[in-house]
Structures are given as structure tokens and as C-alpha cells.
Design a protein around this ligand. Structure first.
Ligand code: PLP
Length: 375
């Protein structure tokens, strides 16, 4: 099986697997326990992982809050922000992952004011519209939530402009960086981003673990956020529950490798994407259309459509040997809201497929894929 669905999930890196193993067997302590070695070892391992995630994102280790993944982190920020403040509104975009969109819609159904920013035909959200909206309704405490890199078409929103606009208006910014981590440079020390979500399994770590970065303010004071989970007060009080140590260790190792190999991964993905597009154009130019056309995008995410070809049939026909997808794994049964937002008709959406590459894919795999696809 040749795997080209790395935006859905990625294979665990062998070094990650090795790092996790002891924490299933001999190192089974609870990091919240005290005094004995097993507990101390678990705590040390968790803090080491926290350090590596902070290094990858350039934030303080104690701004890293472990969660079960980006879905939880997104829920935690949107619901938790609202709970601690009265008169709140949310400004988000039409191309968010369902874990932001559905949460926003849930909050809207409970009376919260929500604005959904338009996107252009490349998928970039409208920053002027954001600025204009922030000029109005000053009495409302606002949370802006904008996906950094889109999971279907890879478009990278202009986070530095968005964060400057938010800073100018004194509002908090949350970004979903799930698809971006490990593929794009992230520097939280130089950008005003209050909250950031990510998932370990998108960077060759295990599933079911992720983080919410909750930045402290300029005075070092923790940002208020009502927890989704109350209990033992772990994770600085933001997220109770016994820590998932083996997964945290794997996530930390994956982050360490992602930082170590960031340059080479970016280069490899960009070159491989270029190669794939060149081959597609050579063999299938007559019926090929490119949906992922942004000038700045996540390397390795390619979204295309073939005129008159049903995407589900195509994905199924290829499925014995190749894993590609009709869109996001979370909403693959519904026609993509992202592709519709950039202006595609339903027929065009139903002929679109996503190919998402990883550091482990090769040119030989692409050659095999192109041969089979053409046939
Ligand atoms: N946000 C984005 C942009 C994603 O691509 C995903 C997963 O595909 C998520 C959030 C949710 O991540 P998880 O399923 O790990 O919670």
C-alpha cells in the first residue's frame, strides 16, 4: 500500500515508537504521584516532551497544555474563552476544520454572535473583512479563530497580518495549526497568538494526543480559560485527568524530530509536490484541474479534480494499492465545505481528490501512482 493520505494521519516514526515502548512496560508511573522513582521518571518524561513541543513552536514549556488532540484543543479554546467572559463574539472563517466550525455553530445556537469570514478562490480568508468587523461592536469581547493551514487545499492564511490586526484591536487570536506543525516554521515568540491547537498524529506521533498552547500575557500572567474537564487540576488547571504518559512521550519525540528535520522535510515535500504536479500535467492535462492553487500553501497537499470523474469511484478503484482521499477524513461523507467556499460547484466538488504527501514518500511511489491513475 502506498500511502498518500498524510493529512488524515501519518505513520508513526520508528524513533517515536521506540521512545514510547518503555512507558507501556517498566515506566508505568503516574506523573502526579510523588517521591518514588516511577512517578519521578514519568514526570521527567512528560516535562521533556513538553520542552520539545515548546521548542518546535518557540513558546515556553509551561504554555504547552496536553489534550487528546486538536479537536479537544479547539473546543477547549472556543468554549472555555466564552465561559469566562460575558458579551463575547467569535470571528472565524468559512474554511475551518469541523472541530472549529461545529463548535462555533453550537455556541451560536446558544446565543453567541459568530461571524464567518469569506475566503477567496485560493482559500485565503478576507483580512480586510476581519479588520472592518473588529472596528464594530467594541463592547463585545472578541475571540478570532483562524486556521493556519487548511487540511484540504493547504492554503496558508497570512497569520502575521491577522495577528497584527488582532493586536491592533486588542483581541485574542486562536489558530488551528494542526496541518502546519512540522511543515512550516512556527515562531510563537515573534507573533501575537494567544492560543494554538495541534495534534501529534499529523507529525508522525501517536493518535489521541495533542496540545493547546495557551500563551501567557506580557506580565507572565496565565490567560483565563474555563476547562472542559474539571477534576485533579493537572495541566496548570486547564485540563484535568491522569496524563497519557506513553502518548505524551511519543508526541514529544515526534516534535523533537519535526524540529530537527524541519528544513529537509519542507524541501522534500516541496520537491515531491512539484514532481507530482509535473507528472500529472504531462499525463492528464486534458482533464486535470488544480483546486489547491494558493501561492503560499503547506507543501505536500495537492487537491485536484478530473472532469467527469466521480471522486469516490476513483478513490475506491485505487484503494487496493494507493490511499488517497475525497477530502477531509472527518467529513468525507459530506461534500466539502472548503471546496464550496472557494467557489467550486457540487459537481466539481464530487470530482475532487486530495493527495497528501509525507517525508516518507518517494518519487518511485509517485511514478507508480501516475501509471495506475492514467490507466
Ligand atoms: N484541525 C485540522 C486542521 C485538522 O486537519 C484536524 C484533523 O484532521 C483536526 C483539527 C482534528 O484533529 P484530531 O482529529 O487529531 O483531533
Amino acid at each position: 500500500m502506498i500511502y498518500f493520505d498524510n493529512s488524515a494521519t501519518t505513520p508513526v516514526h520508528p524513533e517515536v515508537f521506540d521512545a514510547m515502548l518503555p512507558f507501556f512496560k517498566e515506566e508505568y508511573g503516574n506523573p502526579s504521584s510523588k517521591y518514588y522513582t516511577l512517578a519521578e521518571n514519568a514526570k521527567k518524561a512528560v516535562e521533556e516532551a513538553r520542552f520539545h513541543i515548546a521548542e518546535l513552536l518557540k513558546c515556553d514549556p509551561d504554555e504547552v497544555v496536553f489534550t487528546s488532540g486538536a479537536t479537544e484543543s479547539n473546543n477547549m479554546v472556543l468554549k472555555g474563552y466564552l465561559d469566562t467572559r460575558s458579551g463575547v463574539r467569535i470571528i472565524t472563517t468559512k474554511t475551518e476544520h469541523p472541530s472549529v466550525l461545529d463548535t462555533a455553530q453550537y455556541l451560536e445556537s446558544h446565543g453567541v454572535k459568530v461571524h464567518y469570514l469569506d475566503v477567496d478562490t485560493y482559500g485565503f480568508c478576507d483580512v480586510d473583512q476581519l479588520d472592518t468587523l473588529l472596528e464594530s461592536d467594541h463592547h463585545l469581547k472578541t475571540l478570532v479563530s483562524v486556521v493556519w493551514g487548511n487540511n484540504e487545499i493547504g492554503t496558508l492564511n497570512d497569520l502575521s497580518t491577522i495577528s497584527s490586526i488582532c493586536a491592533k484591536h486588542g483581541v485574542s487570536l486562536h489558530t488551528d495549526a494542526t496541518q502546519v506543525a512540522g511543515k512550516v516554521e512556527i515562531d510563537l515568540s515573534s507573533q501575537v497568538i494567544t492560543f494554538l491547537s495541534l495534534s501529534s498524529h499529523k507529525i508522525h506521533g501517536p493518535k489521541g494526543i495533542g496540545a493547546c498552547i495557551i500563551k501567557k500575557d506580557a506580565l507572565g500572567i496565565r490567560t483565563k480559560l474555563t476547562p472542559l474537564l474539571h477534576g485533579g487540576g493537572q495541566e496548570f488547571g486547564y485540563r484535568s485527568g491522569t496524563l497519557n504518559v506513553h502518548n505524551i512521550v511519543g508526541f514529544g519525540k515526534a516534535a523533537e524530530i519535526a524540529k530537527r528535520d524541519l528544513r529537509s522535510t519542507m524541501k522534500h515535500l516541496a520537491e515531491l509536490e512539484q514532481y507530482l504536479l509535473q507528472k500529472l500535467h504531462e499525463k492528464l492535462s486534458g482533464i486535470l484541474h488544480l483546486n489547491s492553487r494558493a501561492a503560499t500553501k503547506i507543501p505536500g497537499i495537492v487537491n485536484i479534480r478530473f472532469e467527469g470523474v466521480n471522486n469516490e469511484l476513483l478513490v475506491k478503484k485505487l484503494a487496493d494499492h494507493f490511499a488517497i482521499s475525497t477530502g477531509s477524513a472527518c467529513s468525507s461523507s459530506k461534500p466539502s465545505h472548503v471546496l464550496q467556499s472557494i467557489g467550486l460547484t457540487l459537481d466539481q466538488v464530487r470530482s475532487s481528490v486530495r493527495i497528501s504527501l509525507s517525508r516518507f514518500n518517494t518519487r518511485d511511489e509517485i511514478d507508480l501512482f501516475i501509471d495506475t491513475l492514467t490507466r
